[in-house]
Every structure is written in structure tokens, then in C-alpha cells.
Design a protein around this ligand. Structure first.
Ligand SMILES: *Cc1c(COP(=O)(O)O)cnc(C)c1O
Length: 358
């Protein structure tokens, strides 16, 4: 890895961060007249802990890492945005992403006005470290990898990712939003070895808390201090911190729901394969299936007419004819299969497939 001060934007290195009232005082205060808060109790009249210490302690326990190596953001999307703003100089630097992958890396890069180099995955979505490394330029600051990958659903090969970690001298982000759905170990164990590694996880998927907006980044102390320098001081509100603490104490429920989703995913895959309109189901380590259909366009609109919304990925690289289907409840999954059966029946009977909405 290059020294961090060659990777970080010069202005970020030299800037003085906002110092909040609570930053400057570390003892056990009794009378707080320092932050222009309202003294009357509403349950929310005080600013939250800017470093979310209690929550980080709990997350550290369940992840088996040190709480000092955790950054928490308003969704992982906040972490993605901060990473780009910490390391990438507008109009100068760039990132590498795989194609296809999650859309937010590209969006945050566009906001920062930096270049994005896309490296194609193979047509079964495997990664070749050498292709990624060959795309590195002098201005490449960050490589974003996503494993298991969205929208393809597969784990990236561990050895190929390790090769990128070893041979690239900038920052490597591994987005593990779907880590709770895979039987692969993920990359948390590699953190001590690679100070340039940032792992993202989230409460939005397996934890069932997309509405809470809580994302995690796990990385070296040096990079954590950069996150803390750049983040808005009170980026996680009190409601989010408390609710997350409560949910973590109930981890068994998350695990039960996850098992249910996995068994429903197998059911869905089997049912979909039994339909004559399904061409291929990509293997999934996530809570969704990427499915190639005959007539994916017509199916997408037909389902929409039945008030069933899936994601059309058919214009994405290697995803021709593909819809991305999130695993729902038992009831939702059965509705989907019923709707697809009626679509198939209509096709057989030569009927126009777009039903008119009542
Ligand atoms: C859903 C998802 C996220 C989640 O982002 P949040 O901001 O934490 O909700 C992150 N990365 C990938 C690849 C995703 O699919």
C-alpha cells in the first residue's frame, strides 16, 4: 500500500475538522449548557453521541472485531460517498468498479466528478484479478468490489480478491451488503493484514432495517480517523442508535428470518425453473434471484399490471433478458409464481399478455 498521505486528498489531510461541544468534553457532565440544546426533556432534546460508542461496542461483539475499527454511517451509501470524498480529487482521480455491480459507486463518483473505469466480469459474473489490476492507472485511488455481488448474486472468488488486495497500492472497498445470506466467510478476517481494506456491511438487508439507515465500515484505525474527520458530526440520530441496539440484542430473530428467506429462495428457484418461460436462474448467495426469461420485457410489465414490482436488469452487462427478483414472504412469492403461471398460460393461448388494469 502507498503511504496514506499519498492517497488522501491534500485538503482533507490538512483541514481542521468541526469540533463539536461534546468532542471537547469527555468527562461525566451533569449540567450541559454547551451545545445550545433545549433543556426540556422530549426524549430527543440532546444531540446524539457523535461516535456512537455504545452501538459500536455491540457491533464489535457480534462481528468479533475491535470497536475502534468501526465507522457507522447513515446507510452504507454514506460510507461510499465519504470514501470517494476522502480519497478522490475532483476532475483528477478515479475509481475502478466491476460491471455489472451496485449503482451507488458510480453515482457518488459522478457527484465528485471523478472518472470511473468499469472492468467487465465474465459472462457468469466471475472476477479476474488480472483484468482489474490491468485497469489501474496512476490516478486510480479506490477499487470497489461487491461480494456477494448485486445484481448477479454470486460471491467473488476469495483468491482473486486477495490478489487485488495484495497487488493494488490504493484503497480496496469490499461491499458485503449480502454477507448474512452467503455461506462464504467474507473478508473481515483479512483486515489485520491489509490497512488499505475497507469492508462495508449494512443493517438494510438481513437485519430488515432498510428504513433505519444504518451502514457499517470496518477498516484500519488510520482510515477510521479520516471517516471521523469528514463525516457530519451527528450523522446517526438517537432513534437509529437505540433501535439498532435493541435489534442486535434480538439477533436470533434476524437469523430466523434469514433462514426463512433462504428456504423461500430455494422454493422460488425451483418453481421458477418449472416454468417454461424461465431460461436461467443465476446461483445466488443473496436474498434475490437474477433470472433470465424469454420475453423479460413483457413479463416485467405484466407483473407491474398485477401490482408486482421486480427490478428490470435487462439492459445491464451480461444480464440480457434478466429480472432481479427479491425473495419476499411466502405469500408474496406464491403470488409471483401464480402471476407468472397466468402469463405463461396467456402466451400459450396466444393472448396479448398485457392485462388492462381494473
Ligand atoms: C442494498 C445494498 C447496500 C445498502 O445500502 P444502505 O445505504 O446501507 O441501505 C449497499 N451495497 C449494496 C451492494 C447493496 O445492494
Amino acid at each position: 500500500m502507498k503511504p496514506l498521505d499519498e492517497l488522501v486528498r491534500p485538503n482533507i489531510l490538512t483541514m481542521k475538522p468541526y469540533s463539536s461541544a461534546r468532542d471537547e468534553f469527555e468527562g461525566e457532565g451533569e449540567v450541559f449548557l454547551d451545545a445550545n440544546e433545549n433543556p426540556y426533556e422530549t426524549g430527543l432534546n440532546r444531540y446524539p453521541d457523535p461516535y456512537q460508542r455504545a452501538l459500536k461496542e455491540k457491533i464489535a461483539e457480534i462481528k468479533g472485531i475491535d470497536s475502534q475499527n468501526i465507522f457507522l454511517g447513515n446507510g452504507s451509501d454514506e460510507a461510499i460517498d465519504l470514501i470517494i470524498r476522502i480519497f478522490c480529487e475532483p476532475e483528477k482521480d478515479g475509481i475502478i468498479i466491476t460491471d455489472p455491480t451496485y449503482g451507488m459507486y458510480q453515482v457518488s463518483a459522478a457527484i465528485q466528478n471523478i472518472t470511473v473505469v468499469r472492468v467487465a466480469l465474465s459472462n457468469d459474473f466471475t472476477i479476474a484479478a488480472n483484468d482489474v489490476l490491468a485497469a489501474v492507472r496512476d490516478n486510480t485511488k479506490v477499487i470497489f468490489l461487491c461480494s456477494p455481488n448485486n445484481p448477479s448474486g454470486n460471491d467473488l472468488d476469495h483468491e482473486e480478491v486477495l490478489k487485488i488486495l495484495k497487488d493494488f497500492h490504493g484503497i480496496v472497498v469490499i461491499d458485503e451488503a449480502y454477507i448474512d445470506f452467503t455461506d462464504q466467510p467474507g473478508f473481515l478476517g483479512e483486515l489485520p493484514e491489509f490497512p488499505n481494506l475497507i469492508i462495508l456491511q449494512t443493517f438494510s438487508k438481513a437485519w430488515g432495517l432498510a428504513g433505519l439507515r444504518l451502514g457499517m465500515a470496518f477498516t484500519s484505525l488510520e482510515i477510521i480517523s479520516l471517516f471521523n474527520k469528514v463525516k457530519p458530526p451527528y450523522n446517526l440520530n438517537i432513534l437509529t442508535q437505540n433501535e439498532a441496539l435493541h435489534r442486535i440484542s434480538n439477533k436470533a430473530e434476524m437469523e430466523k428470518n434469514t433462514r426463512e428467506i433462504l428456504s423461500e429462495r430455494e422454493w422460488l428457484a425451483k418453481e421458477l425453473l418449472g416454468l417454461g418461460i424461465t431460461v436461467k436462474i443465476h446461483s445466488s448467495s443473496t436474498n434475490f434471484l437474477l433470472v433470465r426469461f424469454d420475453h423479460s420485457d413483457r413479463i416485467f410489465h405484466y407483473l407491474m399490471d398485477q401490482d408486482i414490482i421486480v427490478r428490470d436488469r435487462s439492459r445491464t452487462l451480461h444480464c440480457d433478458g434478466c429480472l432481479r427478483i427479491t425473495v419476499g414472504t411466502k405469500d408474496e412469492n406464491r403470488k409471483l409464481i401464480e402471476a407468472l403461471k397466468s402469463f405463461q398460460q396467456n402466451i400459450k393461448e396466444g393472448k396479448t399478455t398485457i392485462a388492462l388494469k381494473k
